[in-house]
Design a binder for this molecule. Structure first.
Ligand code: NAD
Length: 502
């Protein structure tokens, strides 16, 4: 279905429609059909047919078509960035950055699928020495992808690109706040890869997403909030549909005694405030050791004072995409202040624009420290040492990502390893997201499963094991014809081979 047809609600049979509006102006960006369970099932049925042809193309055929898609996107970065800017509210330059990352991941997924997933021989081991053993990763058929609005290109494409490269068809339900971007991505696919209907979009609100969970997909890749994730899991449990959960975070930065304080402050401000703080892997808390705390706070507050949010292209970040998110931010600020916290800079909310805000002395039990704020705010807490910082970091139920700043390589790597999170960057923030070979995903309340990298390709497959007998042994242990003494002989061999281990 084309963008124009989506706008008219044509072709879906859906009578109901919804509008997506620009956060900056309230102008209507598009009107889209609210697709119901019947529409969604029909889309999944169509995708199932396309999936068979897509799988038959093999790794090389798919790689060629994914490359055509990536080329198509690369030639239209500004066009797509403009749509992202209008519908999501982020500055054009940030949208370009998001699209660039996406294209890089697409290229990696297409180029590495064969190596990661293709058939390979593995050792048959002692007991099956007369067999050849093969492992390969087969596609699941149709993958349902439900996405959020904060990175409307990069986030869903983390699932879509890897699922397609692994040989699946994809039906994507974009967020109701950014449907135009979702529809654009599917239209671009049709334009770039006209012979493959492997990627399509359904639009609507939560109920359309719920219908996708129940439409017979081989896997459901969900990115969004934990409460919705629980509903998605419950719906998928009805049909034992496997799920991938990319949920929220409350990421922390640890600033150790020997950190480059200016660099840490710069990274913390960008990690917390870019995209208006609406980044699942954004920095929301900093734990700085006594030795560096004062200097760090001074650097951060100075930098934050220089930031100007707004709706123009020169703004550091845009308005909140979802109007309701400003209420969450306000509640966290009020709660922090009521609990004895201090606002060092910022603290105001005007319309949809939240001032960049730094909070100090906020108790660990306050919502601003415990819950995902998803706004341009940062708490900075003084700790005795990096061990205390790590304890506090790991005390949160979320575990998406985080950062460590330290000049000691060994110390920083040790802290990074012990951080309870799926990803950690040392002496930078968010870098892991731009490394296609690295897996992306969380632990605890932040979800499970991985997109990106080899793990992200395998996530959208089932492992298939095959053995082929190369020659018959004189004694077949897995036959009723085996002699009675065979078991004793086998026990003796095991004793010789493994019995020496104590
Ligand atoms: P959300 O949970 O409100 O919605 C996400 C999607 O789920 C939307 O498309 C929505 O229509 C759909 N949905 C709603 N109800 C549903 C239901 N009952 N069944 C199926 N689908 C349903 O989240 P959001 O506000 O769009 O996104 C923000 C959240 O996403 C934040 O918590 C953020 O941290 C998280 N996020 C996580 C990652 C990650 O990779 N871990 C990336 C980006 C965003």
């Amino acid at each position: 279905m084309s963008l124009a047809e989506q706008r008219d609600g044509a072709g879906s049979g859906a009578a109901e429609t919804f509008e997506s509006t620009a956060p900056a102006s309230g102008a209507v960006v598009g009107v889209f059909p609210v697709q119901d369970a019947e529409d969604v099932r029909a889309a999944v049925d169509r995708a199932r047919v396309a999936a068979a042809a897509w799988a038959d193309l093999g790794f090389d055929g798919r790689r060629e078509r994914l490359a055509a898609y990536q080329g198509y996107l690369a030639r239209r970065v500004h066009e797509l960035a403009d749509l992202v800017h209008r519908e999501n509210g982020k500055p054009h330059a940030d949208a370009i950055f998001e699209i660039t990352l996406t294209i890089d991941h697409l290229a990696w997924a297409g180029a590495h699928a064969r190596k990661v997933l293709g058939p390979r021989r593995v050792s048959p081991g002692l007991l099956a020495a007369n067999h050849a053993a093969w492992l390969e990763y087969q596609p699941l058929g149709v993958v349902g992808v439900i996405g959020p609005w904060n990175y409307p290109v990069f986030t869903p494409m983390g699932s879509i690109a890897y699922a397609l490269a692994a040989g699946n068809a994809v039906v994507f339900k974009p967020s109701e706040h950014t449907p135009a971007v979702g529809v654009w991505l599917a239209e671009a696919w049709r334009a770039a890869v006209p012979d493959a209907g492997a990627f399509s979009v359904v639009t609507g609100l939560g109920a359309t997403g719920a219908a996708l969970c129940r439409a017979g997909v081989g896997k459901l890749a969900f990115t969004g909030s934990a409460p919705t994730g629980r509903r998605v899991m419950a719906a998928c449990a009805e049909t034992l549909t496997p799920v991938l959960m990319e949920l929220g975070g409350k990421d922390a930065m640890i600033v150790d005694d020997d950190a480059d304080v200016a660099a840490a402050a710069d990274a913390a401000v960008w990690g917390a405030m870019s995209n208006g703080g609406q980044t699942c892997i954004g920095i929301e808390r900093v734990y700085a050791t006594e030795r560096v705390y004062d200097a760090f706070v001074a650097e951060v507050t100075e930098k934050v004072r220089g930031l100007r949010p707004g709706t123009d292209d020169a703004a550091a970040y845009g308005p909140m995409t979802m109007a309701a998110q400003t209420d969450v931010v306000r509640r966290h600020l009020d709660d922090a202040v009521a609990a004895g916290g201090r606002i060092a800079v910022g603290g105001t909310v005007e319309g949809r624009v939240v001032a960049p805000t730094v909070l100090l002395d906020v108790p660990e039990t306050s919502a601003a420290v415990c819950e995902e704020t998803f706004g341009p705010t940062l708490t900075i807490t003084r700790v005795r040492d990096a061990e205390e910082a790590l304890r506090r970091t790991n005390a949160n139920g979320h575990g998406l990502a985080g950062a460590v700043f330290s000049r000691s390589k060994a110390r920083a790597m040790d802290l990074a390893r012990r951080m309870k999170s799926g990803m950690t960057s040392v002496n930078s923030v968010l870098t892991f997201a731009s490394v296609p070979a690295l897996p992306f995903g969380g632990v605890g309340e932040s979800g499970f499963g991985r997109i990106h990298g080899a793990d992200g390709l395998r996530e959208f497959t089932r492992a298939k094991a095959i053995t082929r007998q190369r020659f018959r042994l004189p004694v077949d242990l897995m036959s009723f014809t085996r002699p009675a003494a065979a078991a004793d002989a086998l026990a003796r061999v095991m004793g010789l081979v493994h019995g020496r281990h104590r």
